[in-house]
Design a protein around this ligand. Structure first.
Ligand SMILES: NC(=O)c1ccc[n+]([C@@H]2O[C@H](COP(=O)([O-])OP(=O)(O)OC[C@H]3O[C@@H](n4cnc5c(N)ncnc54)[C@H](OP(=O)(O)O)[C@@H]3O)[C@@H](O)[C@H]2O)c1
Length: 251
């Protein structure tokens, strides 16, 4: 059994705790949290500490704390020469203190504490400074997901950026759509089948092939009517920018 310690008590830490607890290939030795109350529900089931000097000996340590705290947390670890990884999409592996062997275990999904996720469908992007550590990290990832990828820091940062476009920006566009619906007394639910179809379509078509709409058709009459309809300057700017982007991509 692989022995693992998780450091952190936020969204990612709590989902990883749940996933590793279900795995018969991993022994979750301990969880470190600076505020152990956040893990109250685990007391009795798991060893929890708020003391860096009492972190248990393990094969692997996962730092799942805010990006800007990764470096200072790694510096406070009271041991050296062990494999320590972080879970961040946008932070360099080198931000982990070099006294330990370093790596990255980045689960490419959006996590919120009260929303269940199915780890078997989550890609895990892996990187290790020392190639001989890769097999161990991969073994850990495979214990919760079959989807593991070797991804360098530069690739991971690009991936994180791409994820902002396909997840955060898309979700913001749902908010714009919701605002337009609300303003016109239309239930947002009416758009949900279209949202599902748009998302699932890219499992069989490339995003460029799946693109439809007035910008792709260069339907200038509809484009102008939409711009006239919009009163919010921010929404007009988004509409114009995305229209130009679609048109330049589709010739
Ligand atoms: N959420 C996602 O969708 C997602 C997806 C993939 C990767 N990630 C990455 O996973 C990591 C954790 O993200 P998250 O969403 O779990 O964050 P989060 O929910 O905001 O939790 C952050 C955790 O870091 C702890 N922390 C912050 N500063 C600390 C410090 N100086 N010392 C000790 N602990 C500290 C917090 O402790 P307190 O609770 O006491 O404040 C909390 O347990 C980040 O690197 C993030 O980029 C997040």
């Amino acid at each position: 059994m692989l022995k693992v310690v998780i450091i952190g008590s936020g969204n990612v830490a709590q989902h990883l705790i749940g996933a590793f607890q279900k795995s018969d290939k991993v022994e979750l030795t301990q969880v470190y949290a600076r505020n152990t109350e956040k893990l109250q529900h685990l007391h009795g089931h798991l060893s929890v500490t708020d003391d860096f000097n009492r972190i248990a000996e393990s094969d692997l340590y996962i730092i799942a704390v805010s990006d800007d705290a990764i470096n200072s947390v790694s510096e406070q670890l009271a041991f050296s020469g062990r494999l320590v990884v972080h879970t961040s999409g946008s932070t360099a592996m080198e931000s982990i203190d070099s006294k330990n062997r370093r790596g990255v275990f980045y689960p490419l999904q959006t996590f919120s504490k009260n929303k269940e996720v199915d780890f078997t469908k989550i890609p895990v992007c892996l990187e290790t400074e020392d190639p001989s550590d890769y097999a161990l990290l991969e073994e850990l990832a495979k214990s919760i997901s079959p989807l593991t990828y070797s991804i360098s820091t530069t690739q991971r940062q690009a991936l994180h950026l791409a994820a902002v476009f396909v997840n955060n920006f898309t979700n913001h566009l749902y908010t714009v759509g919701n605002d337009i619906c609300t303003k016109n007394n239309i239930p947002f639910d009416i758009l949900k089948p279209l949202i599902w179809e748009t998302a699932t379509k890219i499992s069989t078509l490339t995003p460029v092939e799946a693109q439809t709409g007035p910008a792709k058709r260069n339907d200038t009459t509809t484009l102008q009517r939409h711009l006239d309809f919009l009163q919010d300057d921010n929404q007009k700017a988004i509409y114009t920018l995305l229209t130009h982007s679609i048109q330049s991509k589709n010739g």
